[in-house]
Each structure stands twice: as structure tokens, then as C-alpha cells.
Design a protein around this ligand. Sequence first.
Ligand code: GDP
Ligand code: MG
Length: 725
Amino acid sequence: MATDHSLGNNAFLAKIDRLRETNVGAQIPLPQVIVVGDQSSGKSSTLESLTGFAFPRAVNLCTRYVTQISCIRAPTKEICVSIIPRPNATPEIKARLQDFHHRLNNMDAASLAAIFQQANKAMGIEKIEGGPENTPAFSEDTLKIDISGPDERHLTLVDIPGIFRVSSPGVTTDGDIQLVLNMVKRYMENPRSIILAVIPANVDIASQEILRLAAEADPEGLRTMGVLTKVDLVSEQALKETILELVNGHRNPLKLGYCIIKNRGADDDTSSANALAAADRAFFQTPPWSTCSASALGADALQARVRSLLLDISKREFPNVRAHIESRRAAIMDQLAALGPSRADEGAQRRHLVKIAAQAQDLIMRATNGHYMGNNGIFQRVDALRLVTKLVGQNEIFSKTLAEYGHIQNFRASDDDDSDEEDVQVWLFEEPKNTLRGVSAKAQKNDQLKGADNKAAREYSDIQDIVTPDTTFPTPKRGPLTNLIREVFQASRGPELGTFNGTVLATIFRTITTRWEPLMLSHISKSIKYVHDFTHRLLEEICPDKKVRDELWGVLLRDELRQRYQSAMSHGKFLLDIERNGPPVTLNQIFNTTVQSKREETLSQRYQEGGSKPEAIIALGMKQLNLGDTENSEMICDDLLNTIESYYKVARERFVDTLCQQVIYHMLLTGPDSPLQILSPDRIMQLSADQLEAIAGEDMVTVDQRQTLQRQLDSVENAMTVMRS
Ligand code: GDP
Ligand code: MG
């Protein structure tokens, strides 16, 4: 066993111990030997036999925390007792627990008992005067006992509280039963744990719950070893034979096999360690135990086996642990990065929001210029961000729709004019998903039923009262417009001779453009919806933290967005009002040339018809007019039709251009007061401290999350230092 004593192995095992003390074990399974079993199965006694450390009997009725006992080779003999704080300990708890530190140079029972009592107090599991009413019975801290001496060989064992099935009033609760069970399971599930399952031999071994748990955690039995205690209490021959069978490896599901050990009995308060070891040796020299392999008998054999198992698994797993720690560090760094920097004060909050706003402005610039390349393909991934494309398309649809359906009646009769059916359903706009028609009560209900569009419905609820739903229109009535023109002319003619006044033209124009308003409102609404959609999706992309996003929306965006949408709407109405209700005006040369050519066409047509035919005019139902006038007014009405038709075209094109240029591009997209300018670094700089806190202040969950990650990172980095040492 020369190698076993070697400094290399001792140092190696000590390194694993130091790793365990960094608490990295809570994140990454570390190689260890754990001692598990029922309460009173003999765990503590077995530890005593293996390490020489005797737990004070009086204070410690049962183990109420994990105890890590290490034998350490050192020049001087001493015992150190300290506490490794639970992995999630706050800095205060940590400081208090790290204050607990005791050194002894012998195992004086009375001083040990006092130290254990203090440990209980430090961990908060012993009731102290004036302390909290419900003192917990178990702690997640670890008691660390280091036994040093010149003839120690390095060995560390981890004692886990024993499982129990019945709570004792005033001491343990039903909750504690589960708590301990979970603790035991957690330690056993660690694939790098060697499980020493302690089983009293004087009971029905096969029915021990700990064996069932071990089989769950280690189904192949590769890392579980059975330790049978209290064999000295077994008197029945049949039971002895069962034990012999187990130890000799017949029908044995545990690849590491069974060991038998004889510990200090319940009545033995005095025997020294040497006396105990001697009694243990003597006992196993008697039949029937003397027939078993010596490697399965007694404390010395068990200690040697456990140590070599621990060395094996530690050496085998060391490279894996190293890799695991490194990848864990990378994962924590990623998670911390995703959380962003801590936003505890005004400066940090402002920086965070300015960064978001700057990112927003960069993407907005690209979205308004149509520069969709780069930015990790965000414009390829999120269609709603291609804003200028949407608006250009929408403008085209508007222009076409107004040209086709903007007038209530066609100006001329045409052969293929089949448009006189009333209320032909015409979808004026392409119908994207989440259309604004979704705001109608019925559609909203449908949305709710579907659930999927709920989000959209909620988003549009912000602008429901500003935008108008899509509308349907009949196609324009069959032409020509002559009747309408005649009516208006007769109703408003003045004393002019052979011509018409401006009011007549204006009135006719107003009458045939009644659809412009709903069409325009629909167009601006649809454009606003694209902008609104864009802003929502943009924010989702650049600000993944939902809380910040919601607050940014509530505090900064919502009201200002609404204002700017409303301005766009009213500017549209302003332009329309001028167009429809003001006097017809145009300096456009095209108007003059069209009117001229239409007039010539009309005259030549009349001439071809063979001059005027009063009868024909009477037939048109204008009986109240005198015939001399009739011919004249007919001429004027013809002229009116030519004028209105020419003017309508010029005015319509002008209106579409002006609306798109001023309302859609300037007011909604590129102008200094466009809704896209709200989320800007400048605007963030103007926010008050309170507003910043409301938007970017962190909630408890995030603060906790970051602290936990930071703690884990500390553990992992300490562990890396240990690994490198
Ligand atoms: P734990 O709750 O699993 O830690 O069990 P303990 O180690 O405290 O043992 C419970 C009782 O069994 C104690 O009174 C021990 O003295 C006794 N005991 C443990 N091992 C043996 C053994 O091998 N032989 C005898 N006779 N008694 C033992
Ligand atoms: Mg115990």
C-alpha cells in the first residue's frame, strides 16, 4: 500500500476537499463518499470507526445537517470544527457562519459537546432565548470536522442526516421527513458520489428503504456499497447465514459488495479508539465471520476500500469536473449577460435606457430608409420591421383605390360599365393579419376565443379610438354624371350668361368626393397601425425584459404615440377639408389642356349629331325650362362635365400626393415629430429619476436572480482557482 500513503494521493484528495468547500458542489457533482441510512442505523458510529472521531452522544440525538469529516495528514494532532455555509447563504449569514471556528487538540467529550451546541445555534437550528418561535430542526449548512495528525491518511466522508418516517412532536415535523428524504436523494443522485448504505444487520435487510433509494439513484449498483452494522447483535443462525451470503457476494445486486463492521455499542461510553479497534478485530476472528474474505471485515478493511474507491472516482472524474466547471462558468456568464448590468441607481438606469434608445434609432433609420441588410438579419426575421416598405405599399393601394372607387359615380357612360349593382362588396385594402377590423366587438370576441390574437387586440386597444375600421363601398354608379350636374346647376345658377359660377363646380366636386373622407381615414389608420406594430415589435426585439418594456410603453410611449397619431389624423382631415370644401383651385397646366381637348370633343360630337334637338331635351324631363334657355344650359352642363372631370383628376392626384407626402411620410415616418422619434437618447436624458426608476428599476426577482448567479459565479471561480493550484 505504498502508493496509498503517497503524498500525491493525499494532496489530490485534499484538493477535492477544497473544491467541495467552494460550494461548487451545489452546481457540479463532485467526487465524494456519502454515508446514508435510516436514523440509528449506525452511521455516526461507522464514521467513528473509520475516522476515530466520536460524535458527542448527549447533544446530538440525531444528525441535523450534513457533516463532512476529513482525516488529514499533518505534523500536529488537532481537530478543527467549522461550518461551510449553505450555497444560497446571504452575505450576513455567511459572515456569521464563517465566524464559527474551533480548534481542539484532543477529543474531550465535554468541550466537543459545547462546540456542537454552538454550531447548532450558529446554524439557527437550536432555539435561542428571544429567537424566532419556529426554529427549524434541520439546516442546509455543512459542519466540517478536520482531524489532523501525523499518521492520518487523507480520507473525507460525508455524513447525511438519517431518513425517518415518524415525526416527533416539538422536535421534527412531517415536513422535516420530506426535507431529509430530499436531501438524502440529492446527495445520492450525484453520479460522482460513492454511496455507503449503512444497514443494521439485526433487522430485515432486504426491506431497508435506503437500499430502495440507492437502487433508484444508482440502478446498476456501480457506486453503492452496503455496510452492515450491529452484526454483534445478531444471534439467529438464519440471519447470520443471510449476512454471510450477502458478504460473500451471492445474489448480490451491488457491484461494490457488502462490508461488515462492529461499532461501539449503545452501552459503551468509555472504550478508547484503540480498544474499539481491537474489539472489532477480535470479533471478526470468530466464526462464522472468520470464513469471509478479510477485505469485507472490520473498520480497517472498510477504510482501505473506501479510500481507494474515493481515489479512483476522484482521479477518473477530475478532468470531467474541470470541463464541467468551465462550461458552467460560461453558462453563468451568458445568463448574467442576458440580465444586463445591474440597474440599482439612476445613472445605471439611464445608461440602460439610452442604450436601448440608441439601438432603436439605429433600427428606425434602417427601417425608414429600407436598408434591411445586417443587424443579424432582424429585418428578415421580423416582417413588421420593414416599415417603409409597408407604407409605400399602403400608399399605392390608397392611390389605386381612390382612383377606382373615390368618386360616387362614373363621369361618362361606358359600354362595359356593370357597376350599377348596389353595394358590391369591395375590400378597399388588402387584409393583413390582425387587421384593424379586429376592433369591432364581434371580431374582438372571436379574437378572445382564439386566444392567439389576444396580444394584437391588446396592442390595438391603445389606438382603437384614434383609428377607423376598414370599410366596404359599392363600386361607383353607372355614368354619366349629367343628371347630377344638371340638378346642381339648376339649383345654384346665378345671373351669368352662358357660363357657370365657382359655387356650382365646388358643389359638384364636394358631392362626388364624399367617399374621400372614409377612404382617407382608413388609409391613415392602416398606416398608423403599421407604425404602431413596428414600434411594438421593435421594442420586443431590443428590450427583451418584459417589465422594462411594459413600463417604457406606459410611462414614455403610449400617450405620446397617441398624440402623434392624432396629429396625423387631424392633418389628413385638414388637407381634405381644403380640398373638398375650399374653392376649386389649380394652376396645373394639364387641367387647361384636358378641358380644352374635352370641349373640342364635345363640340364635334354635337355637330355630328346634327345640331341641337329640343325634343330630345324635353324627353330628358326638363319640362319646366323654356326651350330657348334649354339649349344654352345643356351646353353649359356639357361644359361643366368636361371641367369637373378634368378638375377631379388633377385634384385627386394632388390630394393623394400631398397626403402621402405630408401625413404618411412626414408626420408618421421621417419628420422631427414622427412617432418614431419618441424613443430617442435625447428623450431618455429628459426623464426624471422617478420615471427612470419606474421604467428601468429592477424587480426583486431579477435582483435575486442576479445575486444567485453572482454567488454561483464566485463559487465556480473559486473552484477554478483550486483546480489550478
Ligand atoms: P445513526 O443515527 O445512524 O448515526 O446511528 P448511531 O451511530 O447514532 O447508532 C445508533 C445506536 O446504535 C447507537 O446507540 C450505537 O451505539 C449503536 N450501534 C451502532 N453500531 C453498532 C454496532 O455495530 N454494534 C452495536 N452493538 N451497536 C451499534
Ligand atoms: Mg448520526
